[in-house]
Write a protein of this length. Sequence first.
Length: 437
Amino acid sequence: MEQINMFDDRETGAPLASRLRPETLDEYVGQKHLVGKGKILRQMIENDNISSMIFWGPPGVGKTTLARIIAKQTKADFVEVSATSSGVKELKDIMNRAENARKMGIRTLLFTDEIHRFNKAQQDAFLPYVEKGSIILVGATTENPSFEINSALLSRCKVFILKALEEDDLVEMLRRAVTSEKGLGNMNVKVDDEQLALIARFANGDARTALNTIEMAVFNGKMTEDGVTVDDETLAQCMNRRSLLYDKTGEEHYNLISALHKSMRNSDPDAAVYWLCRMLDGGEEPLYIARRLVRFASEDVGLADSNALLIAVAAYQACHFLGMPECDVHLAHAVVYLSMAPKSNAVYMAVGAAKRDIHDSPAEPVPLQIRNAPTKLMKELDYGKGYQYAHDTEEKLTKMQCLPDSLAGKRYYRPTNQGREQKIGERLEKILEWKNS
């Protein structure tokens, strides 16, 4: 008896995500805030009123698919270029062909995936052709366009923000994948709603991840003459690591460290531990996190609890000694301590105020009385004259002026009433009162 091969009808070499790529707006899943009925981008497409634009959003949310749909609906030639393989010369050749096509009444939609990876010269090459209308530029990026796209080019493009797909959107797409003839429909796949929901949750808003996961689960499922059954054990193996969005050099890197910092500042240890673990799960370098904790200890806790700095430095050393995965608990130790410590930014504010005076004022000379005088000439020039040694006094204080004349009496450090800093503030007030008496 000849064995039945359920994969014979599958398009050779084409992954499920490619075979199921939507061709119309009605097939397109997600981004209803942009392409839902009556929304601005949908109206632009349906009215054939397309201009150059940037799609900004995480991976797997349909940026390339949407660009292809626009090209097809507006009857424009679709040309796709990559930053990794397209030099300035190649781009100009494409632009020249687009200009010749424009003269013949044919529009060219130039899709540039990962446009943030194009260098300044490559981005500049787009400008004159965008201005003339030779091309409709559709750029896709996972990075903030404000930082990664030339301002001249960005000003000529409308930015549309694409969101991570909702769980319901992903479940809808997965059902289509197992029933459509373009997908896995010819294999009679048996998969229940709960399993589809698990895959959608695992995918974390990324359609490509969801489709790759269901495809892997089906191809490793239990095959019978009636079809393929996806069992829980196989599905669990296909989802052995949650696919969390994280780019150690991109915007999400800064979003997550910001979330950690602000959670600690807000004395929320639960949120702080969560964001810490998100970063570690995404592969962040633990020493980077430890360095940020050291900074936080002085910037946001300061003298309200000086032990915070000791704890943060100790956590850095522990990370250096052990590395991952063992050092995660040391980082969590420091994060919880910093979250619960009394907060003061008085030291941080003092540094900022002093820096402003240094920047805004001429370089002030060091007062003679606190200059060092290691040579005879310096002594003859009155270096050190009038210096008062605090240890020689009963109070261990003197009324000697240490700031330049133009800044005499200026206060930079203003203690708060938080933690230990309250006592420091009380002592400082007594010192100032004594000096002014």
